[in-house]
Write a protein that binds this ligand. Structure first.
Ligand code: SF4
Ligand code: SF4
Ligand code: SF4
Length: 350
């Protein structure tokens, strides 16, 4: 794709919204169109597409086999046999390989363009803007302080507790500890009209506590999204997995050094993850571990070609001044849209 069209109806943001809405439909309601059998086949060839707890879809998320293999394969193998070398590593390697094949093409754009929970948070935030909820911007300090949390959750809930359950150290319910509290499980199943995953659980103290924690976290994400952008993404373990593979996909964000750059900071204002590096750094350091490749910084940078979305050597989108001017006329970097006028402006309105 060359430079984006400069004005008119098309913007990268609208294209991304279109892709997000199509993918939200596919990941949440797609099985109703193609039938359960086909949905299962499609889902298992598209890792990380949707929630496996969706009764209608039976889909697949890379965090599921990671937890499952820690719980049933790695943990049980270590416990039952001493010979864990190849047989322990192989299932994990297959999970990561399947994820990588998918990841190679999409990279972290899965977060910015496909993830249903990412889309739901973004739409809730847009609703918050319309309802004039106060806008909560995260400071650079807060962004940096929150960053390690996604790695902690990945190590503790996706790898640690499932492994401990497999070793018989922690209860069976912790075998898929992250899924037990994942807000995407609640968001996607509620969107299909299935309230079962949000119901109060009565299978024992731990089961009740995990259910209560999941509902509380989901409620927090919904309310926080009205004011802050992408609140759950900041601590999402799937973003940590994506960040670990970040340099292994040709899909990336590139910022070239520019002598005028570093003053305006509009890129960080437009960034839904409030990433400071895209403003202060250039080269590889500007492509932060938190980046979701949404492309908003490139849309709102007023300097030609400074920020680009690229697939290998191919430029998919690059910042440009005319595009920036057209974009800010319709929407501010922080997402406030221009008031729609239903009647022509009168002279004394000005
Ligand atoms: S960070 Fe997590 S919740 Fe956010 S878009 Fe990525 S996968 Fe989805
Ligand atoms: S918006 Fe563009 S010019 Fe301004 S600080 Fe960011 S990268 Fe530099
Ligand atoms: S740095 Fe740019 S592409 Fe990455 S999340 Fe922020 S706005 Fe989106």
């Amino acid at each position: 794709m060359a430079d984006a069209p400069r004005t008119g109806i098309f913007t990268l943001g609208r294209l991304r919204l279109g892709v997000q809405l199509v993918m939200l439909f596919v990941t949440v309601w797609g099985s109703a169109l193609v039938g359960h059998y086909a949905a299962e086949k499609i889902s298992s060839s598209l890792p990380a597409l949707s929630c496996a707890y969706d009764q209608a879809d039976g889909a697949y998320c890379v965090l599921i086999p990671l937890q499952h293999q820690m719980h049933h394969r790695v943990g049980e193998l270590i416990q039952q046999t001493g010979q864990f070398a190849l047989t322990m590593l192989l299932p994990l390697a297959f999970t990561l390989l399947a994820f990588y094949v998918f990841y190679f093409f999409l990279g972290k754009a899965f977060c910015g363009w496909v993830c249903p929970l990412g889309t739901v948070q973004e739409r809730l935030h847009r609703l918050g803007r319309l309802l004039r909820r106060p806008f909560r911007h995260l400071s650079e300090d807060a962004v940096r302080r929150l960053r390690p949390l996604k790695w902690v959750l990945l190590l503790a809930l996706v790898l640690g507790l499932p492994l401990a359950a497999g070793l018989g150290v922690t209860p069976h319910a912790t075998g898929d500890a992250f899924c037990q509290v994942c807000p995407s499980r609640l968001a996607t199943t509620l969107l299909t009209g299935d309230g079962e995953q949000a119901a109060i659980r009565t299978g024992g103290v731990l089961d009740f506590a995990l259910g209560a924690l999941a509902n509380t976290l989901f409620g927090f994400v919904v309310i926080a999204s009205l004011s802050a952008r992408q609140p759950f993404c900041r601590i999402c373990p799937l973003l940590a997995v994506n960040a670990a593979f970040q340099r292994l996909s040709p899909m990336r964000l590139v910022k070239r050094p520019h002598d005028k750059c570093g003053k305006c900071g509009i890129c960080t204002k437009a960034c839904p993850m409030d990433i400071p590096e895209i403003w202060h750094e250039s080269g590889p350091k500007a492509f932060s571990e938190d980046c979701t490749l949404c492309g908003r910084c490139a849309e709102y940078c007023p300097d030609d070609g400074v920020i680009q979305l690229k697939f290998g050597p191919v430029r998919l989108f690059g910042s440009s001044r005319p595009y920036y001017k057209a974009r800010v006329k319709a929407e501010s970097p922080q997402g406030e849209t221009r008031t729609v006028r239903w009647f022509p402006r009168k002279d004394n309105d000005a």
